[in-house]
Design a protein around this ligand. Sequence first.
Ligand code: ATP
Length: 429
Amino acid sequence: MINLFIGIDDTDSPNKYCTTYIATLLLETLRENGYTLDLPKLIRMNPAVKYKTRGNGGISLRILDNLSSKDKEEIKNITIKLVEKYSDFDCDNTNPGIVFIDEEKYKEHKEELQQYYKKVLYDIVDIDFAERFISKIGGQFIKYKLGRGIIGALGAVSSTPPYTYELLTYRKKEMWGKKRNIDEKSVIEMDKSTFPYTYDNYDYENEKVLITPNTPCPVLYGIRGINKEVLLKAKEMIKGETPEKYTIFKTNQGTDVHLRNMKIKEIYPNTGVIVYGKVIKNPKNIEGGHVLFTISDETGEIGCIAYEPTKRFRDIVRELIIGDYVAVYGTVREYPLEINIEKIKILKLAKKYIKDKKCPNCGGTLKSKGKKLGYKCKKCKIIIPYENIKKIEIERQIKIGFYEVPGSARRHLSKPIQIIDFNLLENDS
Ligand code: ATP
């Protein structure tokens, strides 16, 4: 069998097009020409990459037929034509790349490809590295402008399970750039009736539809989930503008594959981590509406930050106190080196106390006169030293368990708690 893998990335801009649209047209054209294809893949890579347009995603297709050299030439020509037609070459930040790899080369270098997948998820890769890698394993690449897209094109080809799915619908050309008309109520109904098999359809906290993009791209909406059949049903429930076509992609969205367990000492910027540690500095509000606290493990300490767009998630974070034991999930920013929290697991809650302000002598109210002077009763004027004030344990306002940012602030790769709670990725292949 001589199958072929195709990877494509970095074709669109904030103003125009979408790499998944090229994948859909390519799939359609190749099928029309008699080829058989696997489900296309939409693979997200390191979310800390600064060149990304939106969610740092690349696409990959796999042709399953026994291909002759002539077939391969035909497939490559069709791919090149579509990429050239639907890339926004005018945008400085758009640097398309295409990668072709034969099945036999893919199999021969499977382990290296798996390592590349990890690298493109965890680290910042440079174009030369990707270029050398593709040449070394006997693949072929095509670069336009800087050709940065080959990094993600290879990343998409190299991906391994776990996968979820996204059903993407596309608009008729005459609708591109116009306001999307999707009935909000139908999205809420779809969300409720397909739970827990679809996710991030609607943000109830911010009353916002999440399935429609905000750019003038060809996508009408995308429904994310873990079951293809449910996604098809979900599509039927959405009312409003009628899509022209749709494609179901296999994707690493909602899987947390960009995160790995790390000790604080090992942490470096622009990577995804899960860190277990004890809260050593209480949360504080900082400029911009963000909330910052510090955790430590046996190797060091690091700040963890819940950004303003995470809205009510910050209220959970504000309830943490020194001594709590947590696992922080997130990506690491560079200056200062801090974890941008995507999710938090509270594992152990410290006891929280308040000072008993009732006078032990007369029952009046004690008033603080500062650490040195202690407390003085307003009524009987007795003075009680600071360290002798009784403490009363109070109930904590948070419970042990997982807490996550709202859908509108979630990264594509972050695994929603509903997937964790219902164990929905267990049997994925
Ligand atoms: P699109 O909707 O086009 O997929 P995007 O948000 O995915 O938009 P791209 O336009 O694809 O962004 O830009 C991301 C760029 O970063 C691509 O050129 C991709 O090849 C590259 N890239 C992906 N992962 C990495 C990585 N780990 N290190 C460095 N560059 C990367």
